[in-house]
Design a protein around this ligand. Sequence first.
Ligand SMILES: Nc1ncnc2c1ncn2[C@@H]1O[C@H](COP(=O)(O)OP(=O)(O)OP(=O)(O)O)[C@@H](O)[C@H]1O
Length: 824
Amino acid sequence: MTSPVKGRPSDQQTTVKDQEIAAEQRYVDLAYERLEQMREDAQAMLREGFRQSLAGTKASLVDRDAMVHQASLRAQALDVADDGLVFGRLDLSSEEIRYIGRIGVRTGEHDSLVIDWRAPAAEDFYRATPEDPRGVVRRRVLHSRGHAVVDLEDDLLDPEAADGLTIVGDGAFLASLARTREGAMRDIVATIQREQDEVIRAPADGTVLVRGAPGTGKTAVALHRVAYLLFRHRRRFGSRGVLVVGPNRRFTAYIERVLPSLGEGSATLRSLGDLVEGATAVVHDAPEPARLKGSEAMVRILRRAISDQVPGAPEELRVVHKGVVVRLDRARLDKIRNEVHRRSRGSVNAARARAADLLLDALWSRYSDIGGPEAAASAPGGAELQLWNDLLAADGLGDLDEGGDGAGGGQGGGRTKPAGKREEFIARVREQREFTGFLVAWWPIRTPMEVLRSLSDPARLRHAAGRDLEREEVALLSVSWEEGNPLTYQDVALLDELDSLLGSPPRPPRRRPKASDDDPYVVDGVNILTGEEVADDDWEPEMRELTTSMERVEQSRRVDDGVVEERPEYAHIVVDEAQDLSPMQWRMLGRRGRQASWTIVEDPAQSAWEDLDAAREAMDIALGAERPSSGRSSSGRSRRRPKKTTPRARHEYELTTNYRNSTEIAAVSARVLARALPDARPARAVRTSGIDPVVNVVPEKDLESAARDAVEELLGQVEGTIGLIVPLAMHLGQQSLDAEEPTSIDRVRLAEGLPERVQVLDVLEAKGLEFDAAVIVAPETVAAQSPRGLRVLYVAVSRATQRLTVLTADPAWRQTLLGQERSG
Ligand SMILES: Nc1ncnc2c1ncn2[C@@H]1O[C@H](COP(=O)(O)OP(=O)(O)OP(=O)(O)O)[C@@H](O)[C@H]1O
């Protein structure tokens, strides 16, 4: 918001400015008085809501809930507006004056005192330029501390119409960019720039894709867009929800105050490690396992993994009916398993009932083939059967020839099936502990986590991988999934994929029915087909282990009263740092936004992901494009995705000004960019600090101590945050294959004793963050750690607002970072 006419500091100017500030203060005081009144009204509404609840009728409870909800939202928004309520003023050529603020404020007579920044009437505040003044003569930004106006800055947009208007200001906007960073992102509501405003107010439908170099305000803009959408389309986005996804927890912690400070507490903020209920990741895979886990091949691998025999499954089913032992061997069982998977894709857990049916069919068929009791009676060993007959008769269970279906008729090759007995056979066998016990062990209700961990067995993973993984890749992945190894960000997407493949067990009814003696599938107080606990006084808890995994699945989904909670879906999804999402992560997001509109924010030049084309394709599908027919998903859930006949609208924007880095730091990051992507264009930095970045060459063994020294020095030079950014720790699997790490930095030792404003973090954790000062350790290692290492380094060197120190063991890097002329 640079003005063509700047205020010149002089005694007279100071006086004029003070007068102007005093005049604005009077207006602002008026707005605060009214805000106080609105607050009292909101409190009264809240009290009224609670009072109604005492009336007690159902209708009044619903009204009460709605009223209390509205009133508390209102009260929240009013509280937020307390700080810097009014931040802008427009003087129009029509002589109208508009004040712009965090929320709309009206007089008791409904005249506008302050216009909400998201309202159409506020648009000119952000869009007017000298070239296109849109009827605005002067734009004024009011800087406040609490309720007090402390500074003003004017832009004169239409000098010819400025008759009698005072213009004050001294570049406070640029100064505000250099402000100290306190560890949490702040809103930019008073200084949103035109190109940013266009993104914020972009159409609510379809996809908005925003690109821009580091520091161009992509994150800030995406968050302000959420506030805008919730304000302008409250019904649509407020009820079905907005999800904001960031790369990691540090990042979500960094941005979490922005939306509440804009009065919007209702959006859901998640990192890629927190999207799946019950699983949280806070570590990254090393580049190679990350590449493997993120690729679409994992869909096939996981699908095969859940179709394979479960670990520890019994190899034989054996039941006895009327004295005849009926067996199904491994080969037969495998066929049945494949058949169940074939028929019930997409919901493996729910298929247990079908598995039971097919097993019973096969048992019956086997029983019939061997002639049932009739065959046995005439076969050698018939005396034994006779004994059974006698026993059964003594139990009052009737003769084995009961039904007169041809005693002895089923002998040799000309046997006929004992027709009419099928139902009885199935009913009896189904009740047998041998059968139900087998079913639970052979077709257990599986959890995504258990399936993933089962792939730590290299033989199992190799089998599931087929030709999709090389031997070394199998080794790398199986190690990473060993019990005790932490879940990674990529693992979370795999768990979600598994969850969608496994599905939930058949839904239990809402009420727990009484245990019924008639239900053969009730074992130890749990219906083994539905996972439902059945009221049963005789239930013995120690037998529960038969169904624990099933219960876990159930518990993770069940909220009160047995209602099953499905994966939440949202009306709008914002994806920040989208260039780093793997195909598997896009699939995870796609499941949460099948009907959503999207805001995607990215910088392809910062991408650590190798196969951007595959990720793009996965993104397009997540955003609602048709899947190419040959690659149609065979997961049941995706197949059920409603067909979209019209491609979604896509609006693309580019942000071009770097508001974060000083021009000096931006020059360093531009040199890294030139090496990473020679054709890419860096953003234009607008603030010059006069402080040159420092690049020191130190022996590799001294990198750690040099890093400590650099931080100590910076602590005396900047007031705010310092990022100490180190190469990626090459843990999990990578380590076992590549034991020789080029540079091993001990982060814990590095962080010891440092004040809270210093964060030690690896290059991937640094994504999206910013600091007053940054120390980058071993750029040569960062660049060499993965095929995309240079881009990762580009991210790291563009984090600092004021000071940048780089420590390298390789003198050539000094030249690379500082450029030819300054390095020598
Ligand atoms: N219009 C603006 N007024 C004031 N500050 C701004 C403006 N736009 C951006 N900034 C500031 O610039 C910094 C960078 O913004 P942001 O983090 O949103 O950039 P980014 O494009 O997401 O960067 P990266 O790609 O590195 O994540 C933040 O401190 C933000 O508050």
